[in-house]
Write a protein that binds this ligand. Structure first.
Ligand SMILES: Cc1ncc(COP(=O)(O)O)c(C=O)c1O
Length: 376
């Protein structure tokens, strides 16, 4: 991975272990944005069609990242929360309908379902603490359950779900399956067809190494017409660009979820970031992250009082590693780590480290040495 180090010329002494929050950009993404800024200064939008070519490349990269059937199944949205809202407020609900989620979801994947309470929708929260979290979620689905919504990877514990098992279970139960993929997409392979999900969404600023404010929304093509649209404008029309036409209909493609002018600035950055991830390859990215989490597990185990709050089984973890040290307040430990250049965050039961593929063994060893020194 050392050949990719030049893409991350981060400040000296900085160890960035916070990709599960907001990632640093690769150099090529900053360059793409700088070029775009300069182009806007010198020729404005004269060459707009070339910008749309970049946007199409981004859709194709996202299509491959999700293994979506077609690039026209990819909608570019503001963020995960917006896409979740498109699903929650797009479906028709009956009083008494239920949505099943876990009891440890990031607020975006809880509040959006709780916000359906005025329509009589009940939210069932399931503990993932047992040996069979997928079994527990599926067992909670009853005759009134319409949808199961889950994070592919839990933001605090880092627990990675078996999405294929959940997808199959949802099919058998005739329950819609919605995956908040933000903590997996860009850190491990993801496949909307293999897991048979109906909806998947993620923002680009975490594992995809992009800026905030540009995300992806996948809706299974057959279901698109079933989602009542929430936003309208010139861009989401089947005959986009035909401004004098009186009659209209929403685009048949996923563009129906994109109401107005696109976020081309974000597109420039995210397209470049995903280009890098594709060069490395998702399997390689995943293996590199896995090796670093292995290193963190053995390092924290060697620190007296070190406690690991993330799953240990490789198939149960992605890039999120949470730990604490007995007798040491995690908020204080986090502050001290930040003061020593280790960028991380307190989450759940401890401090959360989230390295990316390029972080490297040496940086992890340095971070562990700092934890050890702060723990005495
Ligand atoms: C699991 C999960 N879902 C959603 C979000 C928020 O996503 P967005 O800001 O793209 O709406 C986060 C952010 O930390 C997250 O961890």
């Amino acid at each position: 991975m050392s050949r990719f180090q030049k893409e991350f010329p981060q400040a000296a002494g900085l160890i960035y272990l916070n990709h599960a929050a907001v990632s640093p950009w690769p150099q090529r993404s900053a360059d793409a944005v700088a070029r775009f800024a300069q182009e806007n200064v010198s020729t404005g939008a004269r060459d707009y069609p070339t910008w749309l070519e970049v946007e199409q490349r981004l859709r194709e990269r996202l299509q491959r990242l999700l293994n979506a059937p077609a690039s026209s199944d990819i909608a570019l949205v503001k963020n995960t929360s917006e896409a979740l809202s498109f699903v929650a407020f797009g479906l028709e609900w009956e009083p008494g309908d239920q949505v099943v989620i876990s009891d440890e979801e990031f607020p975006s994947n809880r509040i959006v379902w709780e916000a359906l309470a005025p329509q009589g929708v009940e939210v069932i929260k399931v503990s993932l603490a047992g040996d069979d979290p997928e079994g527990a979620l599926l067992a909670a689905c009853g005759p009134r359950t319409r949808l199961l919504a889950i994070s592919a990877v839990q933001y605090a514990s880092g627990l990675k779900m078996d999405l294929v098992k959940l997808g199959q279970g949802c099919r058998e139960l005739d329950v819609l399956f919605c995956v908040d993929a933000i903590q997996q997409l860009g850190s491990a392979p993801f496949d909307v067809q293999a897991c048979e999900c109906d909806f998947a969404m993620a923002d680009g600023h975490k594992w995809m190494l992009g800026p905030e404010g540009l995300g992806v929304f996948y809706c299974r093509p057959e279901l698109r017409p079933r989602l009542r649209l929430q936003e309208y404008g010139w861009h989401m029309l089947e005959h986009m660009g035909d401004y004098t036409r009186e009659s209209w209909e929403p685009a048949h493609s996923a563009r129906r979820f994109e109401c107005g002018s696109p976020n081309i600035l974000g597109t420039m950055a995210l397209e470049a970031s995903l280009g890098l991830l594709e060069e490395v390859g998702m399997e390689q990215v995943h293996r590199a992250i896995e090796a670093q989490v292995d290193q963190l597990i053995s390092g924290i185990r060697q620190i007296p009082g070190g406690q690991i709050h993330s799953p240990l089984a490789p198939e149960r973890r992605a890039g999120i590693f949470s730990f604490s040290v007995d007798g040491k307040d995690s908020i204080a430990l986090h502050k001290q780590l930040m003061a020593q250049g280790v960028v991380c965050i307190p989450r759940g039961k401890g401090v959360r480290f989230s390295p990316h593929f390029y972080t490297g063994e040496e940086a992890i060893a340095d971070a562990l040495a700092i934890v050890r020194q702060l723990s005495v």
